[in-house]
Design a protein around this ligand. Structure first.
Ligand code: M6R
Length: 609
């Protein structure tokens, strides 16, 4: 969703900001804008120059005049919440005098009330956005410094924000503030950057400072300082981001999705690296901040996430029950937070998120912490809001995931759950032999992923065959059901083909009525204790002339086609069975000419409700 980028230094700012916005495009947006401070004569205030455009960053770039010089500026990609996508509603927003400019991520909850008061005071609004309220509040603040003006304005505001502010009368600085929406400072040599996402920074600096909620910062070309919204100084020590700028490039692939699917063997290798303890047939997960005694005291595990991360959590819950024999379940965080959940002190809560920013997950974590629960994070983005809010956790080390749909991060998250389950199991009753068996299985994963990816051409042919379907059914049982759920989500997200997922055991309780030749079924059929039950489901479908594509460990007679995947340990099979279905969704969408990396109506990080 919305993205912020800002720069103060000596370089020509407009190209830098436009490049930063391009790096944030993956988040999803509908309009973009830029404001810079023009050169000021000595001792005179600068002027602000603005360009905004509905559409893509390239549309904005086309509108930027040739003479648009300056060395300080802020820019934004907007995802409409208050007011339709338009030039007027695009950020930055400026006051009537054109002195104050604000870009904002998040939502101001009391915007209508504040707007009514400002209108009654004679303020004329130029947009329908909640953000414009903030601009007028800053412009009208009586305080002497920009920092105090921003602070004064923020006192009236309820809601979430990550903001960057420019003021023509204080053109040696950018003031930023954070409450619920990420703000990251990039520290350079005699230049400073700000962004809502490190993706916009890593081409220029890997030294970053992540602001906390309630924190503000002043950036000058050769200096920065951080302080609270109450005004007291805070200490900010820059850390080094491990992701390199090249990790955000397409690397010779036609789409980020294809690149990210192809990276999975290396990504899985990374999540395992340095964690396996062969001596005790377990894994080291120091970041959990949970000692063995505390881990033994856990009576239940509740996993919370949204979308694909929720599906990874479902597989994770299964792994925890199987390996650690701790009752575990997963629930969409977006539902959990609205049902006044009973929070039990013996339950360990696990929040799962690729971005670490998803608002529904973050809000669930905050609600749990408010009620005194212990929350772990299973997160990809280091230093993200959910990672910081949690009491401990694990990074899944998938590397940056740019495509809106999640692939490598799903796989790595499930592997991370296998590690957590093994760790908890070995603290409890999982035998050394079983611990060793799982470790050996984990070690086989990267090569087996390589084998699956090598069969891409065959999967592509199948995808072209199924691309004409109006609707598809995905079925699986127990370990296979979350795989079916995730595969069906992947297909609908990028191909827009309607798809649903059902437990194979539920077919005869209703969905069998849908089966006919025009509705293909993708069936997850692992060679495990449920093989015969799964085969019975294939019989049921075949008897109704349904077409079947099976994902299995050997050819399935009843299926029209089978994608054969390598066998691992029963518990780890779901990790591999999802991968060919990512490729199936990818090639189906490609055959249909879809915009794979930026599917319609979706954003990478859903930072609003
Ligand atoms: O960043 P998160 O993992 O918290 O995101 C959660 C979902 O929004 C995300 O998984 C979404 O379902 C993706 N589009 C899946 O491909």
């Amino acid at each position: 969703m919305c993205g912020i980028v800002g720069y103060i230094g000596k370089r020509d700012v407009a190209p830098l900001l436009l490049e930063g916005l391009q790096r944030l495009e993956y988040r999803g947006y509908d309009s973009a804008g830029i404001v810079i401070t023009g050169k000021a004569a000595a001792g005179r205030p600068g002027t602000l120059k603005t360009v905004k455009a509905k559409g893509r960053v390239r549309d904005l770039e086309a509108k930027v005049p040739k003479r648009f010089a300056g060395t300080t500026g802020i820019a934004h990609t907007r995802w409409a919440t208050h007011g339709a996508p338009s030039d007027e509603n695009a950020h930055p927003h400026l006051d009537a005098e054109g002195k104050v400019a604000v870009v904002h991520n998040g939502i101001i909850d009391n915007a209508s009330e504040l707007r009514a008061k400002l209108v009654a005071d004679g303020v004329a609004f130029l947009s329908e956005t909640d953000t414009e309220v903030l601009v007028h509040l800053i412009a009208r603040a009586q305080a002497a410094t920009l920092e105090e003006k921003v602070r004064e304005a923020l006192k009236s505001v309820e809601g979430t924000y990550g903001i960057a502010v420019l003021h023509a009368d204080f053109n040696d600085r950018i003031v930023v503030a954070r409450n619920g929406s990420p703000v990251v400072l990039g520290i350079g040599e005699k230049e400073m950057f700000v962004a809502s996402d490190v993706a916009a920074l890593v081409a220029h600096t890997r030294q970053i400072v992540t602001l906390d909620d309630g924190e503000m910062a002043t950036l000058k070309a050769d200096d920065f300082r951080t302080y609270t919204t109450e005004g007291s100084s805070t200490t900010a020590t820059p850390t080094t981001v491990e992701w390199e700028a090249e990790s955000y490039d397409m690397g010779g692939h036609d789409t980020y999705m294809h690149k990210e699917i192809s990276e999975q063997a290396d990504a899985v290798d990374r999540v395992l690296r340095g964690r396996i303890d062969d001596r005790f047939s377990t894994v080291h997960l120091g970041g959990l901040n949970l000692d063995a005694r505390e881990a033994r005291g856990v009576r239940r595990i509740k996993i919370l996430g949204c979308g694909t991360s929720y599906h990874a959590g479902l597989i994770g819950a299964g792994l925890i029950e199987e390996l650690a024999r701790i009752p575990a379940d997963a629930e969409p965080a977006s539902e959990f937070r609205y049902r006044n959940p009973v929070v039990d002190p013996d339950t360990l809560y696990v929040a799962v998120s690729q971005s670490g920013e998803t608002y529904d997950v973050l809000a669930a974590v905050q609600e749990l912490k408010r009620k005194g629960a212990r929350v772990l994070g299973v997160v990809n983005v280091v230093g993200s809001a959910i990672a910081r809010e949690a009491d401990g956790g694990m990074y899944v080390h998938a590397g940056p995931e740019v495509c809106v749909v999640s692939t490598k991060c799903f796989t790595n998250t499930v592997v991370a759950f296998a590690l957590l389950a093994l760790h908890l199991g070995r603290i409890r009753d999982l035998s050394v032999a079983d611990g060793r068996r799982i470790i050996e299985g984990l070690r086989r994963l990267p090569d087996q992923i390589g084998e699956i990816l090598a069969a891409e051409d065959e999967i592509k042919k199948l995808a072209e065959e199924y691309a004409g379907a109006q609707s598809m059914m995905f079925i699986g049982r127990v370990r296979g059901y979350p795989v079916a759920l995730e595969a069906s989500l992947k297909l609908k997200e990028i191909s827009y083909i309607h798809a649903e997922a059902y437990p194979a055991s539920e077919l005869k309780h209703g969905p069998l009525a849908l089966i006919e030749p025009a509705l293909p079924t993708v069936a997850i059929v692992p060679d495990d204790d449920l093989l015969e039950k799964n085969r019975a489901a294939l019989e049921e479908i075949k008897a109704r002339s349904g077409r079947i594509l099976a994902v299995a460990h050997r050819e399935q007679e009843k299926a029209d086609h089978t994608i054969v995947v390598p066998k691992n340990e029963n518990e780890l099979d779901p990790i591999l069975m999802g991968i060919p279905l990512q490729l199936l969704a990818y090639h189906t969408a490609l055959a249909m000419g879809r915009d794979i990396d930026k599917p319609r109506n979706l954003a990478k990080s859903v930072t609003v409700e």
